[in-house]
Design a protein around this ligand. Structure first.
Ligand code: GLY
Length: 436
């Protein structure tokens, strides 16, 4: 079959690469894609937040499967339009994707499904929200109830910062918008992923993501500067527990409420002293988590995603398996990321992974475009994810940083401590000189 992958980041490069390797896939296209995805399939210039445009293209091309990467097209209703055009599509409808796009909806569904999560209140009146903060013992986490391009969650250290975050968020939206104030949870953070199709759940794996820009979890929050999987302290048994306590109850609740969920569900978890609690749901693979999860998947991923899209439970359950070994991904970002990334700079030593590549070193492009003579230049903040695979976390990490050392990008930055703590390497100082 022919497959269309929607999106333009390193996550979509990884998805397109992995799908292109499946026997049943004849051709992969990526809309709109980036400089690197062109090494896997043909890029198609579409406005992927316009459901009609995507559905018209998909109908004309008769794709056997459309796979949606990012949240924007989900929230715009691209899946709903593709469903009306009878194109099998991997990803939730707009209503089901509210598990990500509306924090208050997600919170309500978790409470109704009996999923452990932090206590929270939602507000439309800024004064009521400010009064709640002043009365709270500790400053709460402030969450916008809309998709805010990664800027919708603030974790304040003080009550003043929490109040400022509320004023900021309300300053950027029309009256009537809702925010959620949530008790801050503490403990190690882990992301758990499962395929969900109505009430059927196939747990995939857990990964750890590094959200801060700089080593030792310092600097501003980003979309993610690196990831590794599997997580030694959150193994298969923990994942099975999450399936029983999180994914299955929420899938059941959504189906019972007439908004069945089909796609990958990403639960951001905190392992608190009182047990694991869900911090948030995302209705998609994470980025950069996808870049480490997808190279771990054996079997026929395209068939698995098709089974998920069409509620063919046995196809979904039988097609996808997770292989042994470890994967580490390191993001190389542009100078100025995340505030104002420099674009138009040449990046070298980052040959994009093609469908034929299946080695220990992979390079997924995010913010790049191909220019003359087969060179690449930057177009966005997170430029590439360099991924290492190995029999152990140590070997995977070594492979990833070997690949990072080959990349040349003026002002490029990356963390030197991805997966370091897991290996007792402290803070990754052995790589710090290389980072410059
Ligand atoms: N890496 C976090 C996310 O994709 O939301």
């Amino acid at each position: 079959m022919d497959v269309l992958v929607v999106g333009s980041g390193a996550r979509e490069h990884a998805l397109a690469w992995r799908l292109a390797r499946d026997d049943g896939v004849r051709r992969v296209r990526i809309a709109p894609g980036n400089g690197g995805t062109a090494a896997v399939g043909e890029n198609v210039d579409l406005d992927v937040t316009d459901p009609d445009e995507v559905a018209r293209h998909a109908s004309r091309e008769r794709y056997g499967l459309v796979v949606i990467g990012p949240e924007g097209p989900l929230a715009a209703g691209v899946v709903d339009e593709l469903a009306s055009a009878r194109i099998p599509t991997f990803g939730p409808t707009r209503a089901a994707a509210r598990l990500e796009s509306s924090k208050s909806f997600a919170k309500r569904q978790m409470q109704r499904a009996g999923v452990a999560t932090a206590p929270a209140e939602s507000f439309v009146d800024p004064d009521a929200a400010l009064a709640f903060i002043r009365a709270a013992e500790a400053p709460p986490v402030v969450k916008a109830d809309w998709l805010a391009a990664g800027k919708g969650v603030v974790v304040p250290e003080t009550h003043d910062e929490a109040e400022a975050a509320v004023r900021d968020l309300y300053g950027s939206v029309a009256p009537g918008a809702r925010i959620v104030l949530e008790r801050r949870l503490t403990g190690p953070e882990v992301s758990a992923f499962a395929l969900v199709s109505d009430e059927a759940v196939v747990p995939l794996a857990a990964a750890c993501d590094y959200k801060r820009l700089l080593d030792d979890d310092e600097g501003p929050n980003t979309g993610g500067m690196g990831a590794y999987a599997p997580v030694p302290w959150f193994g298969r048994a923990a994942l099975e527990r999450m399936a029983a306590e999180v994914f299955e109850p929420i899938a059941w609740r959504m189906a019972r409420d007439g908004v069945p969920y089909r796609g990958v569900l990403y639960a951001g978890m905190i392992l608190t002293a009182d047990g694991p609690m869900v911090l948030e749901f995302n209705a998609r693979f994470g980025d950069p988590e996808a870049q480490v999860l997808l190279p771990m998947i054996d079997g026929d991923l395209a068939a698995g995603l098709l089974g998920c899209a069409t509620a063919d439970r046995s196809l979904m359950e039988e097609s996808v398996a997770v292989r042994s070994g470890s994967v580490v991904g390191v993001v190389i970002a542009s100078d100025g990321y995340p505030e104002g990334p420099r674009v138009g700079r040449e990046i070298g030593g980052a040959e994009p992974t093609s469908a034929a590549d299946d080695g220990d070193l992979l390079c997924f492009h995010g913010g790049t475009r191909r220019v003359a003579d087969g060179r690449y230049e930057t177009t966005a903040g997170r430029v590439v994810t360099v991924v290492g695979r190995g029999a152990s976390l140590d070997a995977a990490r070594a492979a990833a940083y070997r690949g990072v050392a080959e990349v040349t990008l003026d002002g490029g930055r990356f963390r030197t401590d991805i997966a370091a703590r897991e290996l007792g390497l402290g803070d990754g100082t052995e790589l710090r000189d290389q980072a410059g």
